[in-house]
Design a binder for this molecule. Structure first.
Ligand code: BGC
Ligand code: CA
Length: 296
């Protein structure tokens, strides 16, 4: 057990030393927390009941994962979207995104309420505006929804489905769009939360049942909770600086799982924060919501 400084007790669930732990997802059918190590091309499945963490090597960088309604997972990978059968380990690529752009890979992703999987891209070297946000429809067709994105991150939707929240990390904030759930169309982009550079880069994000946003702060060693109006409401401090994403899980959706990374840390920093790259868990109070599943 590691005590956080922000009043919330934070535990190490898996001391994985991941290079770039990301994309936590509570998979309800299996009662497991699925997450990825993007640069190590790994999908992890952590069982809180047994304490075991299973690892599947998917052979290329994997930015995000979502459960499918029919079982198994859809993955956002370096070359595009793939379907993973966890029983056999089979991976089937179903749609390319930027196969011609060798310097890019996919990053954060999530499903909307209609069962489409949204995931964005970024340049391996983080070149500005090299990426985009895509939507993989249920019929496996792919549409570009936002262009000129630098580091596509942190997407989620309001409970009434009228808003989509989005983070392009180097812009230092959370944006909100009007969302048309029937067509998936986005409009009226505006800034909801401005995050000072001293707090870190906004990275992955989730929404709780009160409509508040939980934002992981890369380089900032914390997760911030913001009200739907954009006011900072609560801070969870972590014993590692490279905090990448978070999601609620567990039987009551009250366990906040938080991923982290070892990348971009000096040997000295790694020694000072030995749990960098861990999957953390804490109970900050509010409950989250079940993740939407991919219906294709
Ligand atoms: C990306 C990392 C990046 C981090 C901070 C992550 O989503 O995968 O490459 O360093 O965000 O912006
Ligand atoms: Ca991320």
């Amino acid at each position: 057990m590691v005590a956080g400084d922000g009043g919330v007790n934070v535990e190490v669930a898996v001391d994985a030393h991941a290079e770039l732990g990301e994309g936590p997802l509570w998979d309800e059918p299996s009662g497991r927390l699925v997450w990825v190590d993007i640069l190590a091309s790994l999908v992890h499945r952590f069982s809180p009941d047994t304490g075991t963490d299973e690892i599947i090597d998917v052979g290329q960088p994997v930015g995000a994962v979502a459960s499918r309604t029919t079982g198994g997972f859809v993955l956002a990978m370096r070359d595009g979207f793939g379907l993973l059968d966890t029983d056999t380990g089979d991976l089937q690529m179903i749609a390319g995104t930027e196969v011609h752009v060798t310097g890019n890979r996919m990053n954060d992703g999530k499903c909307d309420s209609a069962g489409h999987f949204w995931a964005g891209t970024m340049a391996f070297d983080q070149a500005p505006a090299a990426g985009a946000l895509y939507r993989l429809a249920r019929d496996h067709s792919v549409e570009k929804m936002i262009q000129d994105v630098s580091i596509s991150n942190g997407l989620c939707w309001s409970a009434n489905d009228r808003s989509m929240y989005y983070i392009d990390s180097p812009t230092q904030g959370v944006d909100v769009f009007d969302f048309d759930a029937a067509s998936g169309a986005l409009s009226n982009r505006r800034r909801l939360v401005e995050i000072p550079e001293a707090d870190g880069l906004p990275d992955g994000m989730t929404i709780d049942e009160q409509g508040y946003l939980w934002v992981a702060l890369y380089g900032g060693g914390a997760v911030h909770r913001y009200s739907p109006e954009g006011q900072l409401d609560q801070t969870v401090e972590l014993p590692a600086t490279q905090i990448t994403s978070c999601t609620f899980g567990g039987s009551e959706f009250r366990d906040l799982y938080i991923t982290s990374a070892t990348q971009e840390l000096s040997a000295q920093n790694l020694a000072a924060q030995p749990h960098s790259g861990a999957l953390f868990v804490c109970r900050p109070g509010p409950a989250g919501l079940p993740a939407n599943r991919y219906a294709g």
